[in-house]
Design a protein around this ligand. Structure first.
Ligand SMILES: Cc1cc2nc3c(=O)[nH]c(=O)nc-3n(C[C@H](O)[C@H](O)[C@H](O)COP(=O)(O)O)c2cc1C
Length: 357
């Protein structure tokens, strides 16, 4: 298959197989409301087959980054509506990535009393807040009784995403945030039904995905995972346990008939990714970039070898609003400016040029 051919993911009919990766850019207000710059940024990138929004928090306690947008308040939903309208006016598709940062944030960012996580184990390192960088705090270990509230927050945020005009939702189960923290034995040392065995560690993620799929429709729901990413002190270095945990997870969600499963892993052709793909049975999105930035050659190889159904592209899409055209016509690329990934204002955000003529 070819990168520029159409593909259906659940309800969504993509005109090409290039998916804009979820990319936190910290351009919204402190109130978590996406502004006109955010709408313009996504509008410019509407020619990608599908846009996955930057991670958007499901509760104030789950906010991960400064100036991150949320899907909690009416104002946030109204702000997102302008973004989705702008993308749709260009003929594009956009789903919301919904996240809870778990312990990988700071109360100086969230404004909450404490962090929420599976177990009271802090991330190693420092978190950036509105007033500077501070050591990660020891989180509150969520009680079994609190978990239905966490599920409900994901459901409400996902309903809010649909109300804001998004074409669907991608639940963030990757990169060391709350759902990923439940999956890994290094961040989850619980002794209730949500810790211990691979099946128990996968339980909360399955419950969240199932509840969201029941609320907004499975064909509009997807999940992103990053097994063995080893990030933010979520370490998964026991290959047998990783396979057992993620197989339990994927087998738990496979009967739902989700829109897609998005997998971030360094070895896309390898046994783990391909075995999860088989267990899932539906469309799989793959991120080829990981440590190294995604190149056209890698993306084209995923398509040519048929390792997945679409390719998720991050940094090249930050720097090239017209990436699909540039890759298709083999035009030169703009280089991403790392220094402006998380800064304020339009510089390094909406001012990357389109190819002229
Ligand atoms: C600036 C930046 C912000 C990111 N924000 C998110 C995010 O909000 N959610 C997420 O799942 N991944 C996030 N990622 C990871 C990307 O989705 C992607 O997996 C990574 O950039 C590797 O792909 P690439 O080489 O094509 O950029 C981010 C990466 C970058 C560079």
């Amino acid at each position: 298959m070819d990168l520029f051919s159409p593909v259906a993911l659940g309800d969504l009919k993509l005109s090409n197989r290039l998916v804009m990766a979820p990319l936190t850019r910290s351009r919204s207000g402190k109130d978590g409301v996406p502004n006109a710059d955010v709408a313009e940024y996504y509008r410019q990138r509407a020619s990608l087959g599908l846009i996955v929004s930057e991670a958007t928090y499901s509760s104030f306690a789950g906010q991960g980054f400064i100036r991150q947008p949320g899907l909690v308040t009416e104002e946030q939903v109204a702000g997102w509506k302008k973004v989705t309208d702008a993308v749709h006016a260009e003929g594009g598709l956009i789903v919301a990535q919904v996240m809870h940062a778990g312990r990988a944030t700071h109360t100086g960012t969230t404004g909450a009393d404490h962090l929420e996580a599976p177990s009271a184990i802090a991330v190693d390192g420092q978190s950036r807040t509105y007033t500077g960088k501070y050591d990660y705090q020891v989180p509150h270990a969520l009680t079994t009784e609190e978990l239905p509230r966490i599920v409900e927050e994901f459901v409400t945020a996902s309903r809010n995403a649909i109300a804001a005009g998004f074409d669907g939702v991608e639940l963030h189960g990757a990169n060391g945030y709350l759902l990923h923290e439940f999956l890994a034995p290094t961040s989850n040392t619980r002794t209730d039904n949500y810790g211990g065995s691979p099946e128990n560690r996968a339980r909360l993620v399955i419950e969240v995905v199932t509840a969201v799929a029941n609320a907004i429709g499975a064909e509009k729901t997807s999940l992103r995972i990053s097994p063995e990413h080893n990030i933010q002190s979520v370490i998964e270095n026991d290959a047998e346990d990783v396979l057992a945990t993620y197989t339990a997870l994927v087998e738990g969600i496979a009967p739902l008939g989700l829109a897609n499963l998005s997998i971030l892993h360094r070895d896309l052709a390898g046994d783990l990714v391909q075995s999860l793909r088989k267990s899932f049975g539906g469309p799989v999105l793959l991120n080829t970039g990981f440590a190294e930035i995604t190149t056209y050659e890698e993306a084209a190889r995923v398509a040519a070898e048929g390792w997945g159904d679409a390719v998720v592209v991050g940094r090249p899409a930050i720097a090239n609003p017209d990436l699909v055209r540039r890759w298709k016509e083999e035009l030169p690329l703009n280089e991403p400016d790392f220094a402006t990934f998380y800064t304020e204002g339009p510089a390094g955000y909406t001012d990357y040029p389109f190819w002229q003529n």
